[in-house]
Structures are given as structure tokens and as C-alpha cells.
Design a protein around this ligand. Structure first.
Ligand SMILES: CSC[C@H]1O[C@H](OP(=O)(O)O)[C@H](O)[C@@H]1O
Ligand code: ADE
Length: 273
């Protein structure tokens, strides 16, 4: 175990979600402390196709953090302090439309925040910093993920809106029908504030959403269960892991998107790592 910020570094970060607790083979484990507390777990740093990658399991490797208790700020800060500038965020999500059934990979282009009371900024005092969030995800990362998925034989959904609910409970049928009626297509519990915190650190952030269920308002029956989410995710994890390595390989080494510039000209109250 290496402590804090010795010589270990990585350029790409992967935040694994439910059922996705490990990614790399030959790893160095790093314990990183941050001004926002400890990340969900130690960070595994290794190499994929010659690219340095840092992996953190969002819920901890034993899934001890429920979605509303995840140390989102610490996770992203820790990744950035290791040198990470591009983040890939796989996640298990419900579908709000029958056209995206279980096993579908979706790369949404919008999110709607339905969480309550989660801390969603690094810039809490000593300055008012307002980042642009009209397009919450990195356009270059999305493009790379979609291309890699198509090449690997997926038929990924390009775009759509991820509704992020507070959880930890799943939605009622009425809530679910209401989200679907708004035109939102996916529902999860962790996409916010993760995406906006990445934006506040000028990181590229790309969601890779694996549909594990049709949400309660979309199909008849008992409604989604945790077991169902893990079962469907488990059936797809190896394929998704392989895709993640393809995406890592294809990410640009020079960022030409808008993400690195979102803080340009702003007088930040904190020094970023
Ligand atoms: C395990 S059931 C609900 C849980 O799964 C998803 O987690 P993640 O986004 O980290 O893959 C969902 O958001 C909930 O946190
Ligand atoms: N139906 C659902 N609602 C919220 N989060 C989920 N994660 C996986 N399926 C979900």
C-alpha cells in the first residue's frame, strides 16, 4: 500500500458502480486523503493498453456506501490529485422506456437532478463560483465511448436523459411514470453530484450506463429489486469491463473539448490539486 501522493500517478480515472468493484490486474493501491475526507476506498492504480488508470469503487469494494452517503467530493478530488483528467463512470441504471431493455448500454447526454440535500459543490465559501453545466458530460468522451461500443458489437443508445433520484429506495410507479412522461429515459442514484463535481474540477466526465431493469412505472410486476440489478449487471460485467479497456485505449491524450476550460478566468477559493 502506498500512502498519499508519492510517485503514483494516472491520467484516466474509472469510478466503478454497483457490481463493478475491480478493474485493473497489476495494481498499486494508494491511500489518498483529501480536504473532503477519504474516498470510498483505496485507489487502485495500474495500466491498460499503456495508459495509466486509477480505479475507485464508488460504493467501496464491499458496497458499504449507499448512494446518498458516497463521498463524491473526496473521490473526484483524490482522482484529480493523482493526475487524472478524464473520468469514466460506469453505472447500473433503470430504464424509463421499453425501447431500452435490460442489457442496453446508454451514453446519456443530459441529466436531471432529483436528489435532495447532497453537497454538490467544492466552492462553498470565500467565493461564488458558477460553472456552466448546460452539457453535463464530456463530448469527446461520449463520442469515444459510443464508437468503442459500436466497434465491440454493442448497439449503444446515443443520448437521453438520466434522472438521478435520492434513493436509497427505488421509485414508486407514479414517480417512475412521471419521469418517463417528462421524456427522461434512464434513472439512477449516483450520477449527481458526481458529474457536477467533476465539472467543478475541470475534469472530463463520461457516463456509461448499463440498463439492469425497466423501472417500476414501465412494466407490470413487482417492480425493480436490488437482486435484479446485481443479477443483470453481473451477467454483463465482463463485456462491460472489456469495453472499458477499449474506451481507455481510445481516449485522446490531449484534451480538445471544453472541459479543461470551464474554470478559465475564475478566481477559485481553493487551490486545485
Ligand atoms: C444496487 S441497486 C441501486 C444502486 O445501483 C446503482 O449504483 P451505481 O450507479 O453506482 O452503479 C444505482 O445508482 C444505485 O446506487
Ligand atoms: N430502477 C432503478 N432506479 C434507480 N436506480 C437504479 N439502478 C439500477 N436500476 C435502478
Amino acid at each position: 500500500m502506498t500512502n498519499a501522493l508519492s510517485s503514483v500517478s494516472a491520467e484516466i480515472g474509472v469510478i466503478g458502480g454497483s457490481g463493478f468493484y475491480s478493474f485493473l490486474d497489476d495494481i498499486e493501491e494508494v491511500r489518498v486523503d483529501t480536504p473532503f475526507g477519504e474516498p470510498s476506498d483505496t485507489i487502485a492504480v495500474g495500466e491498460v493498453h499503456g495508459r495509466r488508470v486509477a480505479f475507485v469503487p464508488r460504493h467501496g469494494r464491499d458496497h458499504r456506501y449507499p448512494p446518498h452517503r458516497i463521498p463524491y467530493r473526496a473521490n473526484l478530488w483524490a482522482l484529480r490529485s493523482l493526475g487524472v483528467r478524464q473520468v469514466l463512470a460506469p453505472s447500473a441504471v433503470g430504464s424509463l422506456t421499453t425501447t431500452h431493455g435490460p442489457g442496453t448500454l446508454a451514453i446519456p447526454d443530459q441529466l436531471v437532478d432529483r436528489t435532495t440535500g447532497r453537497v454538490q459543490t467544492y466552492y462553498d465559501e470565500n467565493a461564488a463560483i458558477h460553472v456552466s453545466f448546460a452539457d453535463p458530460y464530456c463530448p469527446a468522451g461520449r463520442r469515444v465511448a459510443l464508437d468503442a461500443a459500436r466497434t465491440a458489437g454493442w448497439r449503444p443508445v446515443d443520448g437521453g436523459t438520466l434522472a438521478v433520484i435520492e434513493g436509497p429506495r427505488f421509485s414508486t410507479r407514479a414517480e417512475s411514470r412521471w419521469y418517463a412522461a417528462q421524456g427522461w429515459t434512464l434513472v439512477g442514484m449516483t450520477g449527481h453530484p458526481e458529474a457536477v463535481l467533476a465539472r467543478e474540477l475541470a475534469l472530463c466526465y463520461t457516463p456509461l450506463c448499463l440498463v439492469t431493469d425497466l423501472d417500476a412505472g414501465i412494466e407490470e410486476g413487482a417492480g425493480v429489486t436490488m437482486d435484479e440489478v446485481f443479477r443483470v449487471f453481473g451477467a454483463n460485467i465482463e463485456r462491460l469491463r472489456t469495453l472499458m479497456t477499449d474506451v481507455v485505449k481510445a481516449l485522446p491524450s490531449q484534451r480538445e473539448c471544453f472541459c479543461p476550460h470551464v474554470l478559465d478566468g475564475m478566481k477559485l477559493p481553493l487551490e486545485l490539486p
